[in-house]
Unconditional design. Sequence first.
Length: 400
Amino acid sequence: MRATFHLKTLTVAVAALSITSIASAAGLDRSGQDITAFLQDGTYAEAVYTYIDADVTGKDSSGNKISDIAESYDFFRYGVKADINDTYSVGILYDEPFGAAADYSGDNNFVNASGEGTNVEVRTESITTIVGAKFGENKNFQVYGGPVAQRVEADVKLRGPAYSVANGYTTHISPDQEYGYIAGIAYSKPEIALKAALTYRSEIEHNAQSAETYPNAVLFGLPINSGESIEITTPQSVNFDFQTGINPTTLATAKVRWVPWSDFAITPSSYNNVSQVLATIPQGAGIPAEGLDLVSYDKDQWVVELGLAKRLSPVLAVSGNVGWDSGAGNPVTSLGPIEGYYSAGLGAKYNVTENWAISAGGKYLWFGDAEGQIPSKTIVSDFESNDGFVLGVKVSYQAL
């Protein structure tokens, strides 16, 4: 007969698995939009810091070396959850779900004659409010949902002969805040420490103000400077989180994430208008009549991660995980030339007191080789044998 082991005895074994668990490379994905703070038992709070450093190097189509374009970046995640009674729970989560940070330098086709290189920065912030209600004979099921407030802003500079007439193009997308929602269902079986949750996040439509400078637009009878609104829709997503006890001291976990990046695009007006004119002349052969997006992706993203956590003592546990990110297509935009990754990570959690704990973890990433392309689908670079690492630390409080 299988022994039972209550989740409380395994609490310490949830060891840093959510610190560096999904630091994604596909599209603009960063945080993985983790909601496991809300799925914890009792009163729970956490503060998580994540640092990511990648080495992304390659060659342009002329054979020139491209030194590391991936700027290191960090972000925070916070979560608070409380039970109102044995049926209802509430929580608030903060994360920075999407972003990009790339900077070209040196002597290659992504740097102009004055030495200024191509650069991209995309930043987002998100606050999610969740209300959950348990039901069923033993309250094993829970439905949850709530509103999501999201802020987005971006800066893009295209420099160098790789971008042809778009060399010198700059756009600043001013901060814009819009709203979406989250909805999900969870199941738990405490006697074997089993939890499973399926979470949907809606897309969020932004209507931001952009300021564009396109020096070569004058060649096509269009203004060099323009300021118009731009629609950016951050993608919907589905996350599946699973854990179960294997024995009284060991926990197995699995995470799956899907994001339809093939539906995502950033299409500034001036950039698109010039490309529409180009489509009508021989130099623009292959450009569709509707013009070009500045950023787009060909495929949807899948992320899978498997982990094990082992309680070594009443206050100390260790964990390990392996993962795979499908990427969002290859060739991919030259502003983020990575085609997914394989990963391996380790973590540890130490209970400082009965309620307070500190966790730390690290992950190594093997990036997939990718060809970089400009919006016209012309391949302009090649990136191979790149890697990176993720470090994280979490302080948490839990009262069961």
